[in-house]
Design a protein around this ligand. Structure first.
Ligand code: ZN
Length: 317
């Protein structure tokens, strides 16, 4: 049994996960994202305490954390964009101080890398030795499977597809670059683009609303999804050309749009993935849904082998 945490800007989810990737117990707190660092850690401790109160806790052998990034695996720190008080926050060391964690190892990964581990072990990338997995929601996150293993990179941020440029003369991005994929393909960008093209809604505008309008044939909504899908296709095709993946697994809120998203994605992928060796490349929906971060954190902590050894700490240190 592994205890898993999924830490993001809106919620801190926790679960006990068995070896089949089943969440046998789950709990969550709202992230007090605008509060001081210690208050946010307090919410993480509440989640851990709720899990530790279970009679199953005695069977827990490690703790896996998937966190919003950027992260720094070498130092065990995180600096989530949506949690301002956590900058170079020593997450592994802090979590390891929870009394219930004595003698249990704590492992950290980026949330998109955790999702990748989940889809590779239990979901749509199962059986693929090389894969790209994406989370397209308010941002665009991604992770890589290379030669059968999840690839973390030196600092744990490998696969940062949301901040590669697919439009080299495009708009400046908050990351400092220009024309980033995330600025065109995220749910936020889809909503903004649909509104700019004249889409109207009586509700609070969001990507789910644009998707509903697109299904009803709204031309502005369809055009917004087409543009996002085209940018994603360019990014996926570039990744495939670099490392020869045959599958891109796409999850997150935007992927919930279904055909109005996956149809243009497949069409544009045929255009950008033009080299003969890329002909087999497919983009498919993720299978694990919003639990993928928890399942993946458990998969990675359960593996507990190098190259993660540098970030494993003894909870009783
Ligand atoms: Zn960027």
């Amino acid at each position: 049994m592994i205890a898993a945490l999924d830490i993001g800007g809106t919620k801190i989810a926790g679960a006990l996960v068995d070896r089949d990737g089943v969440l046998v117990l789950r709990t969550r707190r709202t992230t007090p994202a605008q509060e001081p660092a210690d208050a946010i850690l307090g919410s993480v401790f509440e989640v851990l305490s709720a899990l530790a109160a279970s009679p199953l806790w005695g069977r827990v052998r490690a703790v896996g954390i998937g966190s919003a990034g950027p992260i720094d695996l070498a130092h065990g720190t995180v600096s989530p964009v949506n949690i301002p008080a956590w900058r170079d926050f020593p997450l592994i060391e802090s979590v390891a101080r929870h009394p219930a964690l004595a003698h249990r190892q704590v492992m950290l990964a980026g949330d998109a890398v955790a999702m990748t581990a989940a889809e590779h072990r239990h979901g749509a990338a199962r059986g693929h030795k090389n894969a790209l997995c994406l989370v397209v929601s308010t941002g665009v996150g991604a992770g890589l499977v290379l030669n059968g293993s999840v690839h973390h990179g030196l600092t744990g941020n490998a696969g940062h597809l949301g901040h590669i440029s697919v439009d080299f003369d495009g708009e400046p991005c908050p990351c400092g670059a220009r024309g980033c994929l995330e600025a065109i393909a995220s749910g936020t960008a889809i909503t903004r683009h649909a509104l700019a093209l004249g889409w109207q809604t009586p509700l609070t505008p969001d990507a789910a609303g644009v998707a509903a309008a697109a299904r009803a044939g709204d031309t502005a909504a369809l055009a917004a999804f087409d543009r996002a899908a085209r940018a994603l296709a360019a990014g996926i095709a570039a990744t495939a050309a670099l490392i020869e993946i045959d599958i891109a697994v796409v999850g997150g809120g935007v992927a919930q749009a279904g055909e109005v998203f996956f149809e243009p994605l497949a069409r544009h992928l045929r255009g950008y993935a033009a080299m003969p060796f890329l002909k087999g490349l497919r983009a498919v929906p993720a299978e694990l849904g919003p639990d993928a971060g928890l399942v993946g954190a458990a998969v990675l902590a359960g593996a507990g082998v190098p190259p993660l050894a540098t970030v494993l700490v003894d909870g009783n240190r």
